[in-house]
Design a protein around this ligand. Structure first.
Ligand code: A2P
Length: 285
């Protein structure tokens, strides 16, 4: 990550008042990477007691503005998929910058050394526990809906359960393909993860509003069969006995793809009743 601000704590800047919370973890920002004027990622410290399953999300945020009487304001918290895998030492997040978003308009200005609030417990359905056993795991996401796949696809345990893991990232413009270099270059060449990535991980980026070698929405790639061909498979549709799918991103995409999956005979799963596919909206605000 090249233009990442790492550990650059500005000692000349006035010290910010430390955040105190009885209900939430208070964690320190380690690095921030701005991908575009719409997307950024950041890493924070991980409390020793914080356990999560790859693909889960957690509420994170900042304290609200102090009230006129000086009392602390209500914290502004939003659900964020944890983008790091469950074994990682730090917690990573991939966020949109919504100019009017009550949280992200402020969160996009965080710097290394700043503190943020995080809930004590993670939750979520984008976990392999909510899926029945299968052969292939399809991680289909738009925009920041890539975040949970960054966690799931970097977890070696996932590769024990599935022969093939396919990450599809659909965005409007080429520059929105955050983490493309990580999938295309870093993971396949990683000392520890490289072999798994080369043999079992397929990355399928697709762009809808600009020229790119692969264009079209996820729905189009499924109906044309291109998704399967580009993953190196002979099938032209999902097979309910072998394919397991996770969906994250825009509500419209999730709805449309979920209908297609149901039409192909797949059933939605949950933590209490695992199924063939699971979904969660990418969180904004
Ligand atoms: P499109 O450019 O054709 O709208 P957004 O930036 O709005 O969150 O969208 C991210 C990506 O999701 C875009 O490439 C967008 O395609 C795509 N998308 C939006 N709606 C749907 C949908 N109903 N089904 C599939 N893809 C969608």
């Amino acid at each position: 990550m090249n233009d990442m601000t790492m550990g650059a704590i500005d000692t000349a800047a006035p010290a910010k008042a430390p955040i105190v919370s009885a209900t939430h973890h208070v964690e320190t920002v380690l690095w921030v990477k701005h991908w575009t004027d719409q997307y950024f990622s950041f890493g924070i410290t991980r409390p020793a007691s914080f356990r999560f399953r790859s693909g889960e999300f957690v509420m994170i945020g900042l304290p609200g503005d102090a009230k006129e009487n000086g009392e602390p304001g209500k914290p502004i918290l939003r659900a964020y998929s944890i983008a790091s895998p469950s074994y990682a030492e730090e917690l990573e997040f991939f966020s949109i910058k919504a100019p009017d978003g009550p949280l992200t308009s402020r969160l996009q200005k965080i710097q290394p050394g700043d503190q943020i609030l995080m809930a004590k417990k993670p939750v979520g359905t984008l976990v392999t526990d909510a899926l029945l056993p299968g052969k292939r795991l399809w991680l289909l996401g738009t925009g920041t809906g890539l975040a949970p796949w960054l966690s799931v696809a970097r977890d070696p345990d996932v590769y024990d359960g599935f022969e093939k893991v396919v990450v599809t990232h659909c965005v409007r413009e080429v520059r929105d393909l955050a983490y493309r270099e990580m999938f295309e270059t870093e993971l396949p060449n990683d000392e520890i993860f490289g072999e798994l990535a080369r043999e079992q991980l397929v990355y399928i980026p697709t762009v809808t509003r600009e020229d790119f070698p692969r264009q079209g929405r996820i729905t189009d790639l499924i109906s044309s069969g291109r998704l399967f061909a580009d993953a190196g498979l002979a099938q032209t549709a999902f097979n309910p006995a072998e394919d397991r799918i996770m969906l994250c991103g825009s509500m419209a995409m999730i709805k449309d793809v979920a209908h297609m999956l149901e039409a192909q005979g797949l059933k939605e799963g949950s933590n209490s009743e695992p199924g063939d596919f699971v979904l969660e909206r990418a969180f904004v605000g």
